[in-house]
Design a binder for this molecule. Structure first.
Ligand SMILES: Cc1cc2nc3c(=O)[nH]c(=O)nc-3n(C[C@H](O)[C@H](O)[C@H](O)COP(=O)(O)OP(=O)(O)OC[C@H]3O[C@@H](n4cnc5c(N)ncnc54)[C@H](O)[C@@H]3O)c2cc1C
Length: 476
């Protein structure tokens, strides 16, 4: 093993190698503290060639490779196993923005660039990179593409898969596939790019990407609304498409329980509305059309105000506040984006990242809340998320004061009740977080034999030695 570590050092140098137990620790566990693995070393290559050489060495020594970006994933996909013969390959030193092509609306980046850096670099060129999620200050584009991340603007721009034109990938054979093409059209056989997107590092390591950019919106309107119930949220969104002239960018649903946790664990946070309500929707419209001076009719805020006024008259919306400036809009967004962290501070929880078609959300919510309570009446459901995409984080907090050990026996029955219902509604048991190691058994249970056989056939064909993030997504 000394020899293997020595050869790794020869490839990535002292700077790119971590072998001390304490220094390795942050890479061996996930941020939710669900998993703690072991690794022969944490390797941090600085170039694609180094990544390829490391993979080549791992093939020779039959050591598996666990790619890792910002380590913000929810599914333990970037965490090594406890008993494996594995290295963690972190892309965090490959963090260069290679080129911004403002004319062609593209940006070429290395896989370890932090998502927020990409957004900021696009903005400097009056462009938008629309992928946006609460972990954007820590997650990397390589991780985003490998999980096919969603976030809060999928409604308008699509998920990560729709935001990328080309990839560079190191294959499980240690070869470099240069697919860094900035082409909008390219029908030349099987789409390898689409295969690697969302593969969670099981088919290869993404080392670079060509991303699509959009014009930066010039007019943005953000509202914090209390709605009657989830059915009202869906109806409000449906009407908003036309009322905004197809400019709905985000539509996020939250239950009061989630807001209470955010207010409790974030001392600076305040409730924008005076009364307590059961359900809230954060609605954002944006347009690249600038407001003309003195021409209020073209402003999205005015259109939104008129629309919400009608919605209040019809009883869909109970109360609402429209952000008067950017700081207020950011405060509304903080209430939504602090949901995940606040739940972590509150105690143990189960996360169900589910999707059903948008019109089925109300029925699913009613039945799902009943199903959770049937299994554990004292549990505290915290449903929230991207209602505009039919994607709800249908989370379930342990009863107040319970620790993980006490909650553990209830996790499987609660999840089974939720997932059975999701499938009965024709939905997905993982809308945007992927499968990782957490949902391998669920995927095997809920997907058809044909789908699973095809996935395993792809994995075996591309990675016959099963060295690329083994045991994640599917076992072979
Ligand atoms: C507060 C919070 C909010 C979040 N909100 C959202 C949300 O709204 N929408 C959403 O989709 N997700 C969300 N997430 C989950 C997470 O941020 C995303 O899954 C993100 O895309 C992971 O990126 P990462 O760089 O941290 O990847 P990691 O966690 O490091 O890795 C994730 C997976 O990708 C693989 N991987 C990483 N880099 C590469 C690479 N270069 N090549 C091949 N494989 C690779 C890993 O092996 C692993 O399987 C949230 C997380 C947090 C903590």
């Amino acid at each position: 093993m000394t020899d293997f570590i020595g050869k790794l050092r020869g490839i990535v140098g002292e700077r790119g190698l971590i072998t001390e137990e304490d220094a390795k620790h942050p890479y061996l566990t996930d941020w939710r503290d669900n998993y703690l693995g072991t690794a022969l070393a944490v390797v941090r290559p600085g170039t694609t060639e180094e990544v390829a050489a490391v993979v080549g060495l791992c093939i020779d020594d039959k050591v598996a490779v666990v790619p890792q970006g910002g380590n913000t994933g929810m599914m333990g996909g970037g965490t090594p196993h406890r008993d494996g013969r594995e290295i963690v390959l972190s892309l965090n030193r490959m963090n260069r923005v290679i080129e911004v092509d403002a004319i062609g609306y593209t940006m070429t980046v290395e896989a370890g660039v932090i998502l927020k850096t990409i957004q900021d670099r696009a903005a400097e060129h009056d462009r938008l990179f629309p992928l946006s999620l609460a972990a954007e200050g820590s997650c990397t584009i390589g991780g985003n593409l490998s999980t096919n991340a969603g976030g809060v603007q999928v409604l308008q721009y699509g998920n990560a898969r729709q935001l990328v034109l080309g990839l560079e990938v190191v294959t499980p054979q240690g070869e470099i596939w240069n697919g860094l093409r900035a082409l909008k059209k390219d029908n030349t056989g099987y789409d390898l790019r689409d295969l690697y997107l969302g593969a969670e590092g099981t088919l290869g390591i993404i080392t670079k990407a060509v991303l699509k950019l959009w014009p930066k919106p010039k007019d943005v309107a953000t509202a914090w609304t209390a709605v009657r119930d989830p059915q009202a949220a869906v109806t409000l969104l449906s009407g908003a498409h036309a009322a905004s002239e197809d400019n709905v960018t985000s539509c996020e649903l939250m239950a009061r329980q989630g807001i209470d946790f955010v207010l409790k664990h974030n001392p600076g946070a305040t409730d924008p509305l005076t009364e307590r309500h059961d359900w809230y929707v954060l609605l954002e419209w944006s347009s690249t059309r600038s407001r003309r001076a003195g021409d209020n009719a073209t402003g999205l805020a005015e259109k939104m105000e008129a629309y919400l006024g009608e919605a209040m008259e019809s009883g869909l919306v109970v109360d609402a506040a429209i952000a008067q400036n950017e700081a207020q809009a950011r405060a509304f967004w903080a209430l939504r984006e602090n949901h995940t962290e606040s739940q972590k501070r509150e105690g143990p929880s189960i996360k169900h990242d589910i999707s059903v078609s948008v019109s089925k959300i109300p029925a699913f919510m009613t039945e799902g809340l009943q199903a959770m309570k049937r299994v554990l009446p004292e549990c505290r459901p915290v449903p929230f998320g991207h209602v505009g995409d039919g994607n709800i984080h249908f989370n379930c907090m342990a009863p107040a004061g319970w620790d993980r050990a006490r909650f553990a026996p209830h996790i499987e029955p609660i999840s089974a009740a939720v997932y059975d219902l999701v499938v009965a509604h024709g939905g997905s048991i993982s809308a945007e977080h992927g499968i990782g190691q957490l949902k391998v058994d669920e995927l095997a249970h809920y997907r058809s034999r044909v789908e699973l056989d095809t996935m395993r056939a792809i994995k075996r064909a591309l990675d016959p030695q099963n060295l690329m993030n083994p045991g994640k997504i599917v076992r072979i």
